[in-house]
Design a protein around this ligand. Structure first.
Ligand code: SAM
Ligand code: SF4
Length: 337
């Protein structure tokens, strides 16, 4: 792709005046787990030529940072199962203008990669863990091994990232009695924990999401019955709200896209591993960046122009569980969590 001298804005602003300075970049749709809320048991993954190469992922990230994006989260699928992903992470860590490089992972490979990730410039890590009981952990992840994830969390903690946050999806009938054990586990390690409401992304194969989704209001109440909580002044532009436990450093987050709608503060877009720029988690509005990247007649300026133009179709909000609106058919591993 050649470079052309064209003037571009130094900020991405959508038609509702929201500044988009955060992208979630999915580096693979594959995973070594098959979590019940995220994937079906017999997943078919994308053929290799359909997914962006590491070089293409870098070009996308570079274009966004030159348009004012300051924060990139790598996600998937499981980012750490993509071969050579560390090469990409090192390149991203050196991108001018990028202030924060974040990773969401299932933690299974952090024993090996925590140190190189820190060296490459990753500032913060989110690690998903839904149970502290090995049998149950296996039931939810279908194949994951709890001891590897626990070792991964310890390794990440030892390396000293700016912040580590656990992500837990609480589901009725699966792990709703683990709200307190998971909270205690995080508090004892001085790390954060966020409870995520299960989202209706694609059809879950072994349960009906409307039966299992636990509202974060309930989760928060369970914690508040055991700990003294104060609202945290810190606000992230997104569906997370935090509280602090008196006497502890950890923050407890509640990511409530289903029971609350924080779309007015939205500052993010997602890029799927097929190079689809997805303007909202709960809608299908998107732009095909891969087509531009692979068209020999197009330049880096065309890529940037497409990104700038996409701001005109970013939806105002999502409509999860609203019967008058179509629900997303994408599973989370395709979307990039
Ligand atoms: N494999 C990595 C991991 O598990 O952290 C990154 C990708 S995963 C799709 C990102 C996050 O999305 C995880 O914390 C996972 O728990 C969450 N997730 C997946 N499907 C979900 C759903 N249907 N509703 C809510 N959260 C979901
Ligand atoms: Fe894999 Fe993460 Fe999805 Fe679990 S939530 S199946 S670890 S991508």
């Amino acid at each position: 792709m050649t470079v052309e001298q064209t003037q571009f804005p130094d900020k991405l602003i959508d038609r509702f005046g929201r500044e988009i300075d955060y992208i979630r970049l999915s580096v693979t749709d594959r995973c070594d787990f098959r979590c019940v809320y995220c994937m079906t048991e017999d997943m078919t993954f994308l053929p290799r030529k359909q997914i962006l190469s590491l070089e293409e992922l870098y070009q996308v990230a570079k274009a966004f940072t030159e348009l004012g994006v300051k924060k990139i989260r790598l996600t998937g699928g499981e980012p750490m199962v993509r071969s050579d992903v560390m090469t990409l992470i090192e390149q991203l860590g050196a991108l001018p203008g990028l202030e924060e490089l974040l990773l969401t992972t299932n933690g299974a490979q952090l024993g090996k990669f925590a140190e190189p990730l820190k060296q490459a410039g990753v500032n913060r890590i989110n690690i998903s863990i839904d149970s502290l009981d090995a049998e149950r952990f296996k039931r939810i992840s279908r194949v994951g091994k709890l001891d590897k994830v626990l070792a991964g969390i310890d390794a990440a903690n030892a390396v000293g990232f700016d912040r580590i946050r656990l992500n837990s999806v609480i589901m009725k009938g699966y792990n709703e009695d683990e709200v307190l054990p998971l909270t205690d586990y995080a508090l004892q390690r001085n790390i954060d924990i966020a409870f995520i409401e299960e989202m209706p992304l694609g059809e879950a194969s072994d349960h009906n999401r409307e039966d299992t989704t636990c509202s974060n209001e309930w989760v928060k109440q369970v914690i508040a019955e055991n700990y003294e909580l104060v609202e945290s002044a810190e606000r992230t532009a997104g569906p997370s709200r935090y509280v602090q436990v008196i006497g502890h450093n950890s923050r407890i987050g509640f990511i409530s896209p289903v029971s609350h709608n924080f779309c007015a503060d939205c500052n993010r877009v997602r890029v799927t591993v097929e190079g689809r720029l997805l303007l909202c988690l709960g809608n299908e509005h998107s732009i095909d960046l891969r087509a531009i990247l692979r068209d020999g007649t197009k330049t880096e300026a065309d890529l940037k122009q497409a990104i700038v133009d996409s701001m005109a179709i970013k939806p105002e909000r999502h409509y999860f569980y609203d019967k008058d609106h179509a629900q997303p058919v994408r599973l989370m591993n395709m979307t990039g969590g």
